[in-house]
Design a protein. Structure first.
Length: 399
């Protein structure tokens, strides 16, 4: 069997093609039973066999070490596959399985199968390295969401709530900050600063006992990270366009490794976007799928599908705003809607037909948030209609 056929077959068998390994914030299951089972399992082990609890920083270092081992296979080097498998199994697997359990994910199976495929020679070491690096970023993102949820539940216990936020910050610093900084450099954006501000707002809100401000700060961090993943995968300088250009230029680089990067970045968005726009999300998934010939990838089509999906997601948030009028959730979802619009800010002129229309939408979204915060329902209803009309137009972009 030719190697390209091996790649497609392996990709299908390990679920790299269809599995939604990030079920998203809205699909997060309760973690109490998982934590209880883990505690029971640990208590049944002899004391000398129990490992010291790993910190987020420990996980980040172990992930980095594993990727370094896998990258030895690039340019003709040799990977110690048994060592790599042991590193994953002993140091990272428990964390991945915990996030899989909470989010109905399949990341552990995907990572282990990719490792086996690399060991057998069915996938290149470069592909396996990219999958492990980027899917561990996804696990870091899901771990941040886990910690934010814990902090919210423990909000009245300031020390415990701050501990959870600090853990989330450790996951960010260790697994995601570099990815964000790389996108900031490419797009001249300020996502890193926005995320830092969000963390500061959360900590200050805990001190003040202001749960609404805590949740608003959390949304800034969460949605800015989603923006970074979009910048990496589907925006102007993302992998959709990068892969298309690499094919045109006849590059000799490992295109499957680049495609694996794109696919893995997308997993941190897929679970959230598919709830609002299944067709566009599945199109993106098919484009980045390892079974898809890289020559078929089209940057414009991928970008347009992302824009449609984010617009539909924003619309869903705004629907919840009016359904929860008078509650904190109305303010939170109004902010989420505005943040999702901000994710695709650079795409708005193309989707709406001009800079003026784009600026109008952004301004109206901000006014709507202000009126929701102020409790001015009559004004909010009118602004809500204007925002939804624009989002409906964006949701048809490229069709």
């Amino acid at each position: 069997m030719k190697k390209t056929k091996y790649i497609a077959a392996i990709a299908v068998s390990i679920g790299l093609l269809t599995a939604g390994c990030s079920a998203g914030e809205k699909n997060t299951a309760t973690t109490a039973s998982t934590d209880q089972n883990q505690a029971q399992s640990a208590s049944q082990q002899p004391a000398q066999e129990q490992k010291k609890e790993q910190s987020p920083t420990d996980y980040a270092k172990e992930a980095e070490a594993l990727v370094a081992e896998l990258e030895k296979g690039k340019d003709g080097g040799t990977v110690d596959w048994d060592k790599a498998q042991k590193m994953y199994s002993e140091n990272l697997k428990a964390l991945v399985q915990a996030r899989d359990s909470e989010n109905e994910g399949q990341v552990n199976g995907q990572l282990e199968a990719a490792m086996n495929a690399g060991k057998s020679g069915s996938l290149s070491a470069g592909v396996v390295a990219e999958l492990h690096e980027k899917l561990m970023q996804n696990i870091g993102f899901l771990s941040m969401r886990h910690d934010f949820k814990e902090a919210n539940e423990k909000f009245n216990d300031k020390e415990s709530a701050k501990h959870e936020v600090n853990e989330a910050k450790e996951f960010y610093d260790g697994l995601l900050k570099g990815m964000v900084e790389k996108r900031d450099a490419a797009y001249s954006s300020q996502m890193g600063s926005a995320i830092d501000s969000g963390f500061t707002e959360m900590t200050n809100a805990i001190d003040k006992g202001d749960n609404l401000s805590f949740n608003l700060g959390k949304q800034i961090v969460d949605k800015t990270l989603m923006k970074a993943f979009y910048f990496a995968s589907g925006a102007e300088k993302g992998y959709g366009y990068k892969l298309e250009n690499m094919v045109k230029e006849g590059t000799k680089e490992d295109l499957k490794a680049e495609q694996a990067e794109a696919w893995a970045f997308f997993q941190s968005l897929k679970g959230y976007l598919i709830e609002s726009d299944k067709a566009s999300t599945e199109f993106i998934s098919q484009q980045f799928d390892l079974s898809n010939d890289v020559k078929n990838i089209k940057g414009d089509a991928i970008n347009q599908a992302f824009v449609r999906a984010f617009a539909a997601t924003a619309k869903g948030e705004y629907t919840e705003t009016m359904e929860n009028w008078g509650k904190d959730k109305a303010v939170i979802t109004a902010l989420e809607g505005a943040l999702f619009i901000d994710v695709i800010n650079a795409d708005l002129p193309k989707a709406l037909g001009g800079e003026a229309q784009a600026k109008t939408l952004v301004g109206t979204a901000q006014k709507l948030l202000d009126e929701v915060k102020a409790g001015n329902k009559e004004k909010a209803v009118e602004l809500h209609k204007q925002v939804l009309a624009a989002l409906d137009k964006i949701a048809a972009y490229g069709k």
